[in-house]
Write a protein that binds this ligand. Structure first.
Ligand code: MV4
Length: 447
């Protein structure tokens, strides 16, 4: 096992990783921008190094500064967290070239899944159902129209290097496709530095369901069930739950087994997530994330497995602590993402936290780097806390969640807690009756 881990991230996720390290007896190194000198992850780490000014490209994305910090502190391994450099294959390779362990999958697997066309092709080869679409990318209008005739309209134009929904376009007929293809290609080049796009049949009332997996790098792999992440607005997840209210036990086991078999076959190392769309009783693979995810705690709550601990064990060359048969998924868990934003307009609201009291009690977990007097900087993502609640049943979980939301005090900044209070009172949410478009409409009608 390592002795010292550098955490190349900030905020609640840096704290989350620090906690796993500390419980395993590992020393931690925090890196931070000048804007984060007073951050909680810096206070708690054994050592800290300032790596640059507030803009992420000068600090949290500054690879030479991060490697220098690892060298001067004598770290053995680097955990990239999520966002920033977590899915940068080049970074993973550079870390290893400099003699540190990258806590995550191989650069080859990161690259394979970062290209959405090769990810889909790989999934299909491994027997995972995918959304009907173009074979590979489409170069010009003629090729796109030929592919769309086979797929059937409406089609969705997606960027090969994309993900997260940016730059997607729906075309309902050949005329729209001819018009939108060059726009999508230009946008893709601008956003992602690669103008390649591909087509998929557009599923118009899908749920977003993802499977958490862990691979040991030697062909062993297990799954930890699914998460329903359909409650999003503007491609930002707002609330996640597990298990999905839409699946029965049989569907859950089949999907999990399929995902675990596939990542085992790949020889995948570390934690990962396979994303699916689910509509009319069918699953369609769309993307794989090769990192720890924001919503991982709900899986930890129903499985009792510390996913970051497993990441560290796997990266150190160890095996998984358990087999599939040892995994017992118990009860129900929900995560509310609490952002420093106006709950109606979603405008970011940085500032000083003038009063702070987090909820607690049985089945309640708060992952947050906030504290009384903390100044939320304006430079980064507005996620400031995750409220995660567990219950024996979905109803018990919901009752507990409402109780915990009512207890939570965050003064001095606006937060999305009032949105979660409205959402958890909505009939469709209570009934589990929602798709990826429902929250956007709900927000418009309830604010
Ligand atoms: C889709 C889709 C419908 N049909 N693909 C958006 C984010 C990216 N990861 C994939 N996304 C979608 N892909 C096909 N073929 C609808 C979405 C989508 C969506 C997916 C997950 C969660 C929220 C969403 C909101 C709008 C659209």
């Amino acid at each position: 096992m390592f002795e010292k881990v550098l955490i190349a991230n900030r905020g609640e996720i840096a704290l989350r990783i620090h906690r796993a390290c500390r419980e395993m007896g590992l020393q931690t190194v925090a890196v931070h921008s000048t804007a984060d000198a007073n951050a909680m992850h810096v206070r708690l780490a054994d050592e800290s190094v300032c790596i640059g000014p507030p803009p992420a490209r000068d600090s949290y994305l500054n690879v030479p500064a991060i490697l220098s910090a690892a060298a001067i502190t004598g770290a053995d391994a680097i955990h990239p967290g999520l966002g920033f450099l977590a899915e940068n294959a080049e970074f993973a390779a550079t870390v290893e070239e400099h003699g540190f362990t990258f806590i995550g999958p191989s650069p080859e697997h990161i690259r394979l899944m970062g290209n959405k066309v090769s990810a889909k092709e790989t999934a299909r080869r491994l027997g995972i159902p995918t959304v009907p679409g173009s074979r590979g990318s489409v170069r010009d209008v003629a090729a796109a129209e030929a592919a769309a005739r086979e797929i059937g309209y409406p089609v969705l134009i997606k960027a090969t290097a994309g993900g997260g929904g940016r730059g997607m376009r729906v075309a309902r007929n050949a005329a729209e496709l001819a018009c939108l293809l060059p726009i999508a290609q230009t946008e893709a080049a601008l956003f992602f530095g690669c103008g390649e796009v591909y087509l998929e049949r557009h599923l118009d009332r899908a749920r977003h369901i993802e499977v958490q997996i862990l691979g040991d790098g030697g062909g062993g792999a297990i799954h930890l069930g699914e998460r329903d992440c359909s409650l999003q607005r503007s491609h930002q997840k707002v609330l996640e739950e597990t298990p999905s209210p839409a699946l029965n036990r049989d569907e859950r086991e089949r999907l999990g087994a399929l995902a675990a078999a596939a990542v085992g076959e790949l020889g995948y190392k570390g934690a990962g997530t396979l994303e699916f769309l689910y509509q009319d009783g069918k699953f369609y693979f769309i993307e794989m994330n090769t990192r720890l995810q924001v919503e991982h705690p709900i899986t930890e709550m129903i499985s009792g497995i510390d996913i970051v601990r497993e990441q560290l064990r796997i990266a150190a060359g160890g095996t998984l602590d358990f087999q599939q048969a040892d995994v017992r998924l118990c009860g129900h868990a929900i995560e509310c993402r609490i952002n420093a934003e106006n709950p109606n307009t979603f405008r970011p609201c940085p500032g000083r936290v003038s009063d702070y009291h987090a909820p607690g009690g049985l089945g309640v977990r708060v992952d947050s780097a906030l504290y009384h007097g903390y100044e939320v900087p304006p430079h980064y993502d507005s996620l400031v806390a995750k409220l995660i609640v567990h219950g024996k049943s979905r109803n018990e979980c919901l009752m507990r969640l409402r109780r915990a939301l009512d207890e939570y005090v965050i003064e001095g900044i606006e937060t999305t807690i009032p949105l979660h209070q409205r959402l958890t009172a909505a009939a469709e949410f209570i009934d589990g009756d929602y798709d990826v478009h429902w929250l956007g409409r709900f927000v418009k009608s309830s604010s």
